[in-house]
Design a protein around this ligand. Sequence first.
Ligand code: CAA
Length: 260
Amino acid sequence: MEYTNLLLQHQGNIAVLTINRPKALNALNSETLSELSAALDELGRDSSVKAVIVTGSGEKAFIAGADISQMKDFSPLEGRRFAQLGHATFRKLELLPQPVIAAVNGFALGGGCELAMACDIRIASENAKFGQPEVTLGLTAGFGGTQRLPRLVGTGLASELLFTGDIIDAQEAYRIGLVNKVYPLESLMEEAQKLAQRIAGRAPVAVQLTKSAIQRGINLDLDSAQAYEAEVFGLTMSTSDKTEGCTAFVEKRKPNFEGH
Ligand code: CAA
């Protein structure tokens, strides 16, 4: 499918999804969110894709937020609908079967930081900047920031970032656990690819079930989450990849996973 504000490229079994509105620093308007939702449906159906990388077009911005020029004239009902579209799209991203790596290549502000937080793993370039500056515009974070940021960095740090709208650099984002690694901009995509390839080389069903256990379990109490983990663990026993992985270990050779 062709998109106006997105690029969806396949590199072997890795898909790279690029938000592509460089003139607006890749800001998310409703059209871009709807396209993102459609692209995620496409990716979710494609069992040849083993991992997804999300990034922004150009060298300046990952995503500079929700589109301020569009939000400027919203009525309350339009604002609510926009937030719901963001929520539904980012939740779809979070629950995509395949693991998703955000390669944050510049500004990740407001909705951009929120999109990165809905990815499973975040890596950043040295020039990346993170923040939830909504209060500087008279807004609240509306695409999940008030919920995912405290879950990732704790309520104290999240409250400070959300109340002040302060922008932090990549090293500070690394220090507080918002990103896993920081790389020079020129090697960011190569490092994202390497990580995606490492994940794609593992047993695909086991990776997808692990993601499901994390994403479904994190919002449950421990007993319910562990009960779900036990079901997921049990399910892996039915896969030929489990037979292959364990047999390869015993035979002291590399496994050859086929994804079922
Ligand atoms: N929405 C719409 N357009 C945006 C945008 C946004 N979030 N961010 C940048 N742009 C546009 C600018 O209007 C500008 O367009 P023109 O060339 O047509 O004037 C273009 O992108 C380049 O931006 P700047 O000239 O501002 O670039 P800069 O290098 O001087 O500054 C920046 C970069 C610091 C990121 C600055 O653009 C900025 O502060 N952007 C807004 C960041 C922000 O507040 N994001 C949060 C939005 S609210 C939100 O996301 C709500 C939510 O949770 C749902």
